[in-house]
Design a protein around this ligand. Structure first.
Ligand code: ADP
Ligand code: MG
Length: 727
């Protein structure tokens, strides 16, 4: 029985599910979330006020309050059908973790009750020794704490109440993505408030906003199950691209197939109930590739929502006999998936600090923040790249369809022009800026900046898009917290330096606007090299970027070194986001993760080619050989020679590929064994990158060639044309 054909039969029988009656978004939104309105309803009013106050002002929660909150939360959750509760956290595995406990308990008299106390809401001690920790916590010190993050509301999924928590070691070091993200949000707020107050004394807090665009592929479940590589590694380790792929650009923004729409509709409804403000859905560039984007929110919440959305997607896809692929590059030669992180800063007074304002003063504020972001990205471009680097995202970067493995900033002609003019202006003569029409303005005046939104560059990893930056290099499977916290920390450090420098000038007697402008001018010169509006895919850019001193490293294990550079340690330390031990542990986890991913991939590849591909090749070879023999029996020697010519060539071709594959699998196994014996995580990862990956690529090339010549009836794995075009 050919597994592939069995799977195809099943896949073709999967008809679209009926689209369920949909409910109005405004009605179901946050239905399953313990929102502030519900808190008011379920918690005593004096406690609620205190809770809101600490949520708004980043104060610590007391146990007394936790107890009163727990009573209300339990009541609400049980009304939604919850029987269990769980802390919901984001360990460095990349997913989310839950351990369910029932409300069920016994009271002092031994009678069964439903119980949920403040202490379990407040803090738990999951036996967390088996989560990645990069050596921070040895097993004898296995305790990790998860503690409630009141800035992200609790929610009910199915039968359980989920409480978003941070996850830290017994000694206080972060073991998750949320803890450092929260620290970075607070660091950027403190630093940005100081700078924003040059313009408005009412600014007391600055929020980080994040809007994620989640790209993904859908594959029919039956076909997925017939591809061991997809099941075990999340991507196809082999597969010749289909004759028709994305070259006609006929999928992007096309009509969403009915079966996919049914999935999306159900997903949207479930997301809305959980307070995830899903807004946009569309087909992406590659066949079977799609995107979902919620409305932006405060970054901590948005990041939680992205994690939640990803797990919901997996669940709901299953209802529709789909598997969702978050891997950055599930199909070679086909567009990969990213998670664009739209990032901005906004004040408690409702001003977006990255949106050009209506008057020159607001524009000076806009330019101030814009330039500080440029400076931060310039100074830490290598680190930002490290923050998106992973074994899986490595396939996407530099793949000529995604941002290159170099971080630069796209600003668009107009903004670049305005910045150039500020940089070159003679302050004593006043700044003259030519925008659409010439404007002559005094010092401190910046023209109204007209935004040309059509001016977009898809090849840039970090683009200004009118009122925010879009960090496009982030991988689709990543926890976006990892990149956002690096960006926040870098911007916080830069704003602190900027503030110090401007204050020093003011102390020396310089007027505020002049002080701001002169520091801005200096910064513009310093960070000029990070600005690049050209084609990021081009060969020239690689050379140019190198000349500019930008980080052009392409090996993921070496990119990770950036976390331990002096400038990074200093930056993370001064902003309080990571101490050195935490940075070391993150690196260890990243290297280990890299090696483990490749170890699994290379094992699966070895098994697949030896157990599936080579036997199929041999079977076809036997058919051909028998044919050659039969021809010889029937025809004269001369005739047989002519008739057998093609078959003999083909037999040799198959033989060449097969023996090359077997030899390389052997070599790959040796290199892998060598890697596995290296103790140092960094060196092990480098061994995988330098010696195992090239062999995997070579093996794949041979297999893909075989796929083109072997009888389709004998090919054991679903092909790209089947995986990518079944709806
Ligand atoms: P595109 O595909 O054109 O880049 P989308 O509409 O798919 O845009 O996604 C844009 C994302 O940016 C959405 O999540 C949106 O809410 C978010 N966004 C819009 N304005 C801001 C902002 N000021 N700060 C952060 N995110 C924003
Ligand atoms: Mg989009």
């Amino acid at each position: 029985m050919n597994v592939r054909f069995e799977a195809l039969k099943t896949a073709w029988a999967h008809l679209p599910k009926e689209i369920n009656t949909t409910h109005r978004a405004s009605v179901i939104f946050s239905q399953n979330v313990f929102t502030r309105d519900k808190m008011k309803e379920y918690i005593a009013s004096n406690i609620v006020e205190e809770l809101f106050d600490l949520m708004d002002n980043e104060r610590t929660l007391s146990r007394d309050i936790a107890n009163s909150v727990a009573i209300g939360m339990k009541k609400w959750a049980m009304e939604q059908g919850a029987t269990h509760y769980t802390h919901w956290f984001q360990p460095l595995t990349g997913g989310t973790a839950e351990k369910h406990d029932a409300f069920f308990d016994f009271d002092e008299d031994g009678a069964p009750i439903e119980k949920f106390s403040g202490s379990v809401l407040y803090q738990q001690e999951p036996d967390a020794s088996s989560f990645p920790n990069g050596g921070i916590r040895n097993t004898f010190e296995a305790r990790g704490y998860s503690a409630w993050d009141p800035s992200s509301p609790a929610f009910v999924i199915g039968d359980r109440l989920c409480i978003p928590t941070i996850f830290v070691a017994y000694t206080g070091e972060a073991l998750d993505y949320k803890t450092p993200l929260l620290r970075s949000i607070s660091a950027v707020s403190k630093a940005a408030v100081e700078v924003a107050r040059y313009f408005d004394k009412n600014v007391k807090r600055v929020y980080t906003y994040l809007g994620t665009e989640q790209e993904f592929f859908l594959v029919d479940e039956a076909l997925y199950n017939a591809r061991p590589d997809l099941m075990m590694t999340g991507r196809t380790l082999m597969g010749h691209y289909a004759s028709k792929s994305q070259q006609l650009d006929d999928h992007y923004l096309g009509t969403i197939p009915e079966r996919v729409l049914a999935f999306m509709t159900e997903l949207e409804q479930e997301s809305l109930k959980l307070g995830i403000p899903i807004k946009t859905r569309h087909n992406e560039v590659a066949p079977n590739q799609f995107e979902l984007a919620p409305i932006y929110e405060e970054a901590n919440l948005s990041s939680d929502h992205n994690q939640l959305l990803m797990s919901l997607m997996e669940q709901v896809a299953h209802h529709h006999q789909f598997c969702v692929l978050f891997h950055e590059k599930p199909f070679g030669g086909v567009n990969g998936s990213g998670k664009h992180c739209n990032w901005s800063l906004g004040t408690n007074t409702g001003v977006n600090l990255l949106a050009p304002g209506k008057n020159p003063y607001q524009n000076l504020q806009f330019v101030t923040f814009l330039v500080n972001v440029l400076m931060a990205v310039h100074r830490h471009n290598g680190l930002l790249k490290a923050s998106i680097a992973s074994a899986t995202n490595a396939h996407r970067l530099g793949g000529h369809e995604a941002p290159p493995a170099i971080i630069s900033v796209f600003l668009g002609a107009q903004i670049n022009d305005a910045l150039d003019q500020i940089e070159q202006a003679d302050m004593d003569k006043g700044i003259i800026i030519n925008a659409k029409k010439e404007m002559k303005l005094g010092v401190g005046n910046i023209p109204e900046i007209l935004l040309d939104n059509t001016d977009r560059n898809r090849t840039s990893p970090f683009a200004f898009t009118g009122n925010r930056f879009e960090f496009r290099a982030v991988g689709s499977s990543a926890n976006c917290g990892a990149s956002v916290l690096a960006l926040n920390a870098a911007v916080a450090e830069q704003l602190n330096c900027f503030h110090e420098e401007v204050d020093a000038l003011i102390t020396q007697g310089e007027a505020k606007e002049r002080a701001l402008l002169s520091v801005i001018k200096r910064c513009l010169v310093e960070c000029r090299d990070i600005r690049f509006d050209g084609n990021g895919y081009s060969e020239e850019w690689q050379h140019e970027a190198q000349r500019r001193g930008l980080d052009t490293e392409t090996s993921v294990p070496l990119m990770i070194d950036q976390y331990l550079k002096d400038s990074s340690v200093k930056m993370f330390g001064s902003t309080g986001v990571f101490n050195q031990a935490e940075l070391l542990s993150r690196c260890e986890v990243k290297w280990e993760n890299y090696s483990m991913k490749l170890q699994i991939e290379s094992r699966v590849l070895g098994d697949l080619v030896i157990n599936h591909i080579i036997p199929a090749a041999k079977r076809y070879q036997t058919v051909l050989l028998q044919n050659v023999l039969s021809v010889k029996q029937v025809f004269s020697e001369e005739e047989a020679e002519i008739l057998n010519k093609q078959d003999l060539l083909l037999i040799r071709r198959i033989e060449n590929h097969a023996s090359a594959i077997v030899a390389r699998v052997d070599e790959m196994n040796k290199e892998r064994a060598h890697a596995n014996h290296i103790d140092q995580q960094r060196e092990r990862a480098i061994q995988f990158h330098d010696y195992v990956v090239p062999l995997m690529n070579e093996i794949r090339d041979h297999v893909d060639d075989l796929e083109m010549v072997i009888d389709d009836q004998l090919w054991p794995l679903p092909k790209y044309r089947e995986l990518l075009f079944i709806h």
